[in-house]
Design a protein. Structure first.
Length: 261
């Protein structure tokens, strides 16, 4: 963790440490953009296999290392690991070929290996809604076997103000047996799950040029909505913030005679 920073919890400014983040399957940086906007994360490395996306990352995060293949990446100590591991094995866009863990593009085992090697306190993951019925239980079990407390939830893009549905399964996991902040994170995010304005299920674009090239179109289509990682990041900071100890007097005035109540 790096130097602490101010963060507001229940209207009170508190100081929480800035978390060092390893961003896997980074795409064009939606995860890091959202988590860094929360004010509590600093991306220290990316891992992304697409050359076009790596150029975008290098432009917006100059000086941050970018690795090109998770299969050859070796983990290193960080506070948090995030990643939207490839969705093709679980996506309905696979046209009936949803093979889950049997698909050679299912790279959750590689992400799990990097988590083992990096030993982060926090793990944040994302995948398509079809992931819920295929491998969600396996992923949660893998993390729980490593003493993580795991909160899975669904947050669509329309829950954070966008006019399209785009449902996604999100995972937030924490390990520390002296605390139980996972419940706090879940409650914070759950407040936004109720915000579901009417939105189309169709994947439509608005205002994009017909000349938008394929690289940009694919990168945007695969990106996470940054406002959702930002929401999760703020929930994590709230869970980490020190809270006042309960008042042993239960709010009763002191007994001037020292008599027992």
């Amino acid at each position: 963790m790096t130097q602490g920073l101010a963060h507001t919890v229940d209207g009170v400014g508190v100081e929480v440490p800035r978390l060092r983040l390893l961003d896997l399957f980074s795409g064009i940086g939606g995860f890091s953009l959202g988590l860094e906007r929360s004010g509590g994360f600093e991306t220290v490395a990316f891992c992304e296999i697409e050359p076009f996306c790596r150029r975008v990352l290098a432009k917006h995060w100059p000086g941050v290392p970018i690795y090109d293949d998770i299969r050859t990446l070796r983990g290193f100590p960080v506070d948090a690991v995030c990643g939207g591991f490839p969705c093709q094995p679980y996506s309905t866009a696979s046209r009936g070929l949803q093979r889950g863990a049997e698909d050679d593009r299912a790279l959750w085992p590689e992400m799990l290996r990097v988590i083992d090697e990096s030993n982060p306190a926090w793990v944040v993951g994302e995948n398509v809604a079809g992931f819920d019925s295929l491998d969600l239980e396996r992923v949660v079990s893998d993390l729980e076997a490593r003493n993580y407390e795991v909160a899975p939830f669904e947050i669509p893009a329309c829950a954070v103000g966008h006019d399209h549905w785009r449902p996604r399964i999100w995972l937030c996991a924490y390990t520390d047996r002296d605390k139980q902040p996972g419940r706090a994170v879940y409650a914070e995010v759950a407040r936004r799950k109720e915000l579901r304005p009417i939105a189309s299920r169709a994947r439509a674009t608005h205002g994009l040029s017909a000349r938008l090239d394929g690289h940009r179109a694919r990168s945007l289509g695969n990106a996470v909505v940054p406002q959702i990682p930002e929401l999760i990041g703020r929930a994590i900071l709230t869970a980490m913030a020190p809270h006042p100890s309960p008042d042993p007097s239960n709010g009763l005035p002191p007994n001037p005679k020292g008599e027992k109540s």
